[in-house]
Write a protein that binds this ligand. Structure first.
Ligand code: PXP
Length: 391
């Protein structure tokens, strides 16, 4: 079950809305389908109430089924729309002495149950059935939450390419990415990433060979699916590789891999890398087609490209791109792929990922190395570890 959220209010943190929605959907235990959730204030709610139900004033929740009536034939997977007013929810929460999040959770369950055919307006037995189901879902959320507290905390893997960028500016032997990797690990990084580019602009073959010997956590080799680099990977055999598209002229990786367009070749490459006992991650845009194709070619992991989100200039655009990443992460998890994310993430834009449990690992380089110039690598990594652990 997928949920599309259109959040037009500022009373509940958007990350909390995502978290509650995911918990509720999980606890409802329904399979395929899609619902839309519109979160508004009282003014907008009063407009919907008047327009669609002919009632005056705002209300707490409205549900519009796409399974019944005029629109039922359009798409059997579309369950419908739920509209919630957080202004009314806030008032009701204060009156009941509970938090607005708790009230929001109840209203969302209530709206979704309406979409699933439950009702409370026409008979007592139906009302009892709906109440019982509500209690069941709430109890399940509590159990799921208890289990989730034992869940893995997301990990930070640090990309040390730009330590090598500084070294290559002079083509001497410092600063050394191998030493930087050790410092990052001591500061709490749970993985080290290097991108051995075909033009060797930063990481050199020697760095990779040494890191294979020294990294204590997990070495991830980012690479193009180019024959020369595949052979090096097969020789070094890091525990994991990430295939990325690579263009000579780009400053950094610009887009995700076109897995769909190169299925055959990628399947072959993944197979070769698997033979070398390496887990294979594909760096892809949060595009459902690319994610499904990644599963088809045999990838173990997808790394979702966060660069477009990170570069968005306007908040609305950033939120739209973020929601695409969330949907991509959830699709990846449903397909039984491990999901990581990276590119352009920094100490500020990482915060939006709070509560996104489908992402297991964040791959971050430039912002950490940039901060390290001012505060030192140890502190820069520690600060990012702390942020990632709170997600
Ligand atoms: N993930 C991939 C696939 C990348 O190519 C890069 C950049 O090397 C990163 C993550 C890290 O991006 P940034 O340096 O912007 O944090």
């Amino acid at each position: 079950m997928e949920i599309q959220i259109n959040n037009q209010q500022n009373r509940i943190d958007p990350a909390e809305i995502w978290k509650i929605s995911r918990q509720v959907l999980k606890a409802l235990r329904i399979g395929e389908g899609e619902v839309s959730l519109l979160v508004v204030g009282d003014q907008a709610m009063a407009r919907y109430n008047q327009r669609y139900l002919g009632r005056r004033g705002p209300t707490n929740v409205l549900a519009f089924s796409m399974q019944e009536g005029l629109f039922s034939e359009i798409n059997p997977h579309l369950w419908g729309d739920v509209v919630i007013s957080t202004e009314t929810a806030g008032r009701e929460a204060r009156e009941a002495g509970i938090s607005i999040n708790q009230r929001f959770q109840f209203l969302l369950i209530h709206g979704l149950l309406h979409l699933l055919g439950y009702d409370h307006e026409y008979s007592e037995s139906e009302t009892r059935r709906m109440e019982a189901k509500t209690e069941e879902v709430m109890a399940r959320i509590e159990t799921d939450n208890k289990e989730d507290t034992n869940m893995q905390i997301p990990r930070l893997a640090v990309n040390v390419d730009h330590i090598a960028t500084v070294r290559q500016a002079r083509k001497i032997n410092e600063p050394d990415p191998v030493i930087a990797a050790g410092i990052a690990e001591l500061a709490g990084a749970e993985g080290i990433i290097v991108h051995l580019r075909e033009d060797r602009r930063h990481i050199q073959d020697r760095d990779l060979f040494m890191l294979k010997e020294t990294v204590k956590t997990k070495l991830n080799l980012e690479m193009a699916a180019a024959e020369e680099i595949i052979r090096i990977a097969l020789k070094v055999r890091p525990p994991m590789v990430t295939l990325v598209p690579e263009k000579r002229q780009e400053l950094t990786t610009e887009g995700g891999l076109d897995v769909r367009g190169h299925r055959k070749a990628l399947k072959e490459t993944v197979k070769r890398l698997h033979k070398g006992k390496m887990a294979v991650s594909l760096f892809v845009d949060a595009d459902p087609e690319q994610i499904r194709a990644s599963k088809e070619v045999g990838a173990d992991i997808i790394e979702l490209h966060t660069g477009h989100y990170a570069e968005a200039k306007k908040e609305k655009e950033a939120q739209r791109l973020f929601e695409r990443i969330v949907a991509g992460a959830e699709l990846g998890a449903r397909l039984d792929l491990k999901v990581s994310a990276g590119h352009g993430l920094n100490y500020i834009n990482i915060r939006r990922f709070q509560g996104l449990e489908a992402i297991e690992e964040y791959s971050i380089g430039h912002s950490i190395i940039a901060r390290a110039v001012y505060v030192g690598l140890d502190q820069a990594v520690r600060e990012m570890v702390a942020l990632v652990e709170q997600l």
